[in-house]
Design a protein around this ligand. Sequence first.
Ligand code: SF4
Length: 378
Amino acid sequence: MQVPFGVYIHFPFCLARCPYCDFAIHVRPEIPHDGYTDAILREFEARATDYAGRQLVSIYFGGGTPSLWKPSCIERIATAVANQFTHPGEIEMTVEANPEALPLAQLEALRAAGCNRLSLGVQSLQPHHLKTLGRPHDARTVQTVCTQARTAGFDHLSLDLIFAVPHQTLADLDRDLDGLFALSPDHLSIYSLTIEERTEFGARARRGRLTVAAPELEATMFEYIDRRARQADFEHYEVSSFARPGHRALHNQLYWSGGEWLGLGSGAHSFRRTSDGGERQSNVRSVDLYLRGEALTSRELLSESELAGEAIWLGLRQLVEGVDRERYAARFGVDPVARFRTEFERLTRQGVIEITSARVRLTARGALFADGIAANFL
Ligand code: SF4
């Protein structure tokens, strides 16, 4: 069976660092558009042969804020990648974007460069929450960008939302959801605000100067989001993702369903299968080192047995449909329920796992303890 394969390109620059963000990003007065593109192409040339013969389904420009990148740079990279591999049909080509600094001309140029899916960091539509999150845009700008993205020819529009923002109420969330659905997106990625240690929010929380949402409120909000999205004809297919029929993101599925990907750029990660397991690789986070040609920092070899456990962990944690038994058996040569009989029997007795002839997945109760349950298989 052909394993789906994608290429991720990390663009590490943003106009400012948001107070909750601990991604590998940099804020620079001047973005080295061409220098960084040249470094990406050098890395690609050096590593593409590791993935010879793969069938390319997705190219993903993430970041950072890759919509700031000169579209001609994006096009150079996309062309090099697409020319290197066979592909079954149209490649899903996503570019992440922020609403600020995204005029129609830039959207048209990104579309002309081959991007066919726009993932827009909306995060909220209300001024006080946007201010808390350190985001410079407003609801009107989001509306303009969404309209112009359609004008530019983007058939796949995904919007990101953050909930459980300090002081947010259920009524606030309701207004955000009303606003989001009114923008007619094809896909939604919805995350609760996570306070990471190494961020400004992390520092504020340590000083007791950040009010975080209570876990009960966060759970209620998520149930509410799920209900409203289903009412609006969205499928809830990944823990944080909802799609209208025909608009599931191919790229993320690579990560959760045993695909392979080559990650290019500072801070990027890669995974490929090998004859006896798999190999995970990480790139250096520092953009200066990356520009000097030092890309890879670590390689981790994984045995087939580690991957077999990880596949259950990922399927239960990330996919609403859970683990597909037939696909799992085709990959690892054994039915997952047979392989982990003891664990599954115990979890079924606890009412947190549901096993059907086709799938193994979390029950609604199990979804509340997803991380702990999935960890049994690592
Ligand atoms: S725009 Fe996104 S990647 Fe950039 S700092 Fe903010 S959250 Fe991080």
